[in-house]
Write a protein that binds this ligand. Structure first.
Ligand code: B12
Ligand code: SF4
Ligand code: SF4
Length: 340
């Protein structure tokens, strides 16, 4: 087994996470062979991540949320790749999450952020706009160090934004938090009145303590405003959430750059779909080149990517190229282009 901690963290990022760190295992419920935990962080900048719904199956009701499905599948890919390097690796699944790991504690220990006054991990780059996944391994990797500089100031904007006063000087009150997924009937009624319900089967879980935080709020959020605009207002929380999104998204002009921006893609690539949604959301057109049956396009993409068929590969008019860009990077790039 040769893979180092640093290589494992880089692997997690190469497979789609936005950061990673190493922590020690804490739970007695973990298998005895687990020696280290690779904590993986994914930025969650748009509301689509917070869609949740219930699935009825065989008389049982299962809670389901898009972001956890994504974290699970990315963690599985990381575990799979580690296994191919000889590391025994087990990805964290959502259902095991509470039993096997306190992700906030581990993320703080792994140096990914500090424990904020919103009761969440606040990262330097994205604030609390992140979720965590984990992969348990048998490798004895050195744990990372926590961040010593406490950069969550006493602004308490998160407290003010909480629609139910679940946050304050006394800390966090779970019984008041409308993000609760096993609510009492009284809390369920408050959820109905306060949260956004895009359809009869879905709801957007409360994120006011995340979106209120100024740290990381300068990162443009491609879809955030769209959802708020398309969703009928339900009251307090919705109103507050809409307020927080104001000013973060500039007015969009439909720019025709289709002559000059080329996106090399395949129909089955998830990152390509995400990139296309960002172009759509930013109102910027482009020319799409499906490389799946285009030998010339394949050769071009391979040339740019040292022999790999990485998609999306996006070629801009200024000659720059982005390969599988993260959402914030792509949004920033498109906005810079629009501003000339
Ligand atoms: C159960 C749960 C909930 C419950 C209860 C939340 C709670 N805070 O008690 C409900 C459904 C209400 C909920 C709500 C939310 N959750 Co939640 N939740 C979890 C889950 C599954 C377990 C948390 C838990 O109970 N841990 C164990 C107990 C022991 O923790 P605890 O009672 O808080 O005690 C610890 C802390 O007090 C801690 N502590 C206190 N102060 C300090 C200071 C320092 C420095 C340290 C190190 C520790 C520490 O020490 C105790 C022991 O470890 C985690 C995933 C996971 N496996 O960790 C996600 C998780 C915490 N949730 C998350 C999120 C984002 C949310 C919501 C915003 C909802 C949403 N839209 O997703 C809200 C936020 C509410 C809030 N402000 O805290 C994210 C947090 C990401 C981040 N940036 O920190 C997590 C990590 C999920 C993930 N995969 O990323 N959640
Ligand atoms: S999730 Fe909503 S209700 Fe819960 S603490 Fe955060 S802002 Fe308050
Ligand atoms: S809103 Fe202010 S107090 Fe709350 S987590 Fe962010 S920086 Fe800290």
């Amino acid at each position: 087994m040769d893979i180092s901690a640093q290589e494992a963290k880089e692997l997690a990022v190469s497979l789609g996470f936005d950061g990673a760190g190493i922590a020690l295992p804490h739970s007695a419920a973990l298998p005895a062979w687990v020696r280290s935990v690779l904590i993986c962080m994914h930025a969650t900048l748009d509301d689509a991540f917070d869609y949740e719904m219930y699935i009825e199956y065989d008389g049982r009701r299962k809670w389901y949320k898009s972001v956890y499905t994504m974290l699970e599948s990315l963690s599985m890919r990381v575990a799979e790749s580690l296994r191919s390097e000889g590391v025994r690796a087990m990805p964290l699944t959502f259902d095991d999450s509470l039993a096997l790991i306190d992700l906030r504690r581990s993320a703080v220990e792994a140096g990914l952020g500090v424990w904020g006054k919103n009761n969440l991990v606040v990262t330097r780059q994205y604030g609390s706009r992140v979720r965590f996944g984990a992969v348990f391994v048998d490798a004895e990797w050195p744990a990372d160090s926590p961040i010593l500089d406490y950069y969550c100031p006493s602004c308490t904007l998160c407290w003010a934004a909480c629609p139910t006063d679940a946050l304050g000087v006394d800390g966090y009150n779970r019984d008041e938090c409308i993000a609760e997924y096993s609510p009492t009937p009284a809390l369920a009624a408050r959820q109905e009145s306060l949260e956004i319900r895009p359809s009869a089967c879905t709801r957007v879980q409360c994120t006011a303590c995340i979106t209120a935080c100024p740290i990381g709020s300068n990162i443009p959020v491609a879809f955030y405003r769209n959802l708020k605009e398309e969703t009928p207002a339900h009251g307090n929380a919705n109103h507050r959430l809409a307020e927080h999104s104001e000013g973060r998204i500039g007015a969009k002009e439909n720019s025709d750059m289709s002559e000059t921006i080329r996106m090399y893609s395949t129909p089955w690539c998830g990152d390509c779909r995400r990139a296309k949604m960002i172009f759509k959301s930013e109102g910027i057109s482009y020319t799409e080149i499906d490389i799946s049956d285009d030998a010339e396009a394949i050769a071009y993409v391979e040339k740019i990517n040292n022999g790999l068929r990485s998609v999306p590969t996006i070629v801009f008019p200024d000659g720059t190229v982005m390969v599988e860009p993260s959402s914030p990077d792509l949004v920033n790039k498109l906005r810079a282009l629009r501003q000339g």
